[in-house]
Design a protein around this ligand. Sequence first.
Ligand code: PLP
Length: 402
Amino acid sequence: MKRKSGQDPDITKNWKPATLAVRGGSARTEYGETSEALFLTSGYCYDRAEDAAARFTGEQQGMTYSRLQNPTVEMLEKRIALIEGAEACRATASGMAAMTAALLCQLSAGDHVVGGKALFGSCRWLVDTLLPRFGIETTTVDARDNAAWEKAIRPNTKLFFFETPANPTMDIADLKGICDIAKAHGIVTVVDNAFATPALQRPMEFGADVVAYSATKMMDGQGRVLAGAICGTEDFILNTLLPFHRNTGPTLSAFNAWVVLKGLETLDLRIRKQSENALKVARFLEERLPKVLYPGLESHPQHELAMRQMELAGPIFSLYTGGGRKEAHGLLNALELVDISNNIGDSRSLMTHPASTTHYGMAEEARLEVGITEDMLRLNVGLEHPDDVIADFDQALRAIGR
Ligand SMILES: *Cc1c(COP(=O)(O)O)cnc(C)c1O
């Protein structure tokens, strides 16, 4: 191992998350490159047949095939684990690959899962549609209500699955409260932490067992690649996740891992600046619209809880025009700087109409139940000067007569 390796625990143990995001997990090759090397290789060669055999039995350390290991992907996994404060991490090809693997690797027919009602659309599909197809019972609850989690527990309840803040309703789930209930009943908690990232919120500090990510969002942060990650104890990653991951193959490409490594170097800077910009834009919109739901605003019903769990409120929030779909679409169409896009976590300001895009596949009744109404818009505030974003909203609101 080279000097100043981001993989040497004696060196990294006192580093703060912002430092770990730049240097954690880096391992230099013999060339001493400053930026992490990109290993675009599917396989590895061995000097002798006996070495190949020893690699497969695990007697010899080393790589065998990139579905199983890749040096660039491994640097990313080590870096994310370090920022998260987790023992281990495994990267995946997308956030949904991470969520699917985090659930299926530990569930079997006959188990019961409780999920938050307000979930990212595809996460809701896993809970409502995929798991039941394999004999796994599921219940959804209002994730804001701790008593509802407790009440939903059955003798075969194996796992709690939720996100906070939730996409796109900005519901806040009480990490400590829910994890305590789960622990008391021997239930595993899987938290989707895509909105906050480990730079703002570390669910394991509140007792979460598994933390899963769409690294497509703030971790890449520049709208370039899809990626995901699953963090947990070494025992969980090695003995529960790895057999599933290695044999089913939701593996992250080395190139995408490299892009996310570069993204992580600026994660701390970006998320702080975007949170600051989002608060300014939210304060402006709050004056002009009937409702803005941003956990960083005092008006958010769970502002206090959010600020106990999160360092800052992040770049994303939802706003309600008070009209119907026509008015919401009208506002989107009138924007000149903010793009109409359903991506989030980008350095560009992006806005979407969830009911007709990200959550259109959800039954109308289920949508309305969690507050995804026809007048709701979800905004990701980017790194542009906040005054320019505010000016754009000012002109667009005027254009639709507000
Ligand atoms: C985007 C997102 C996902 C899915 O991630 P992909 O990288 O798009 O597969 C899951 N959960 C949340 C909260 C998300 O925002």
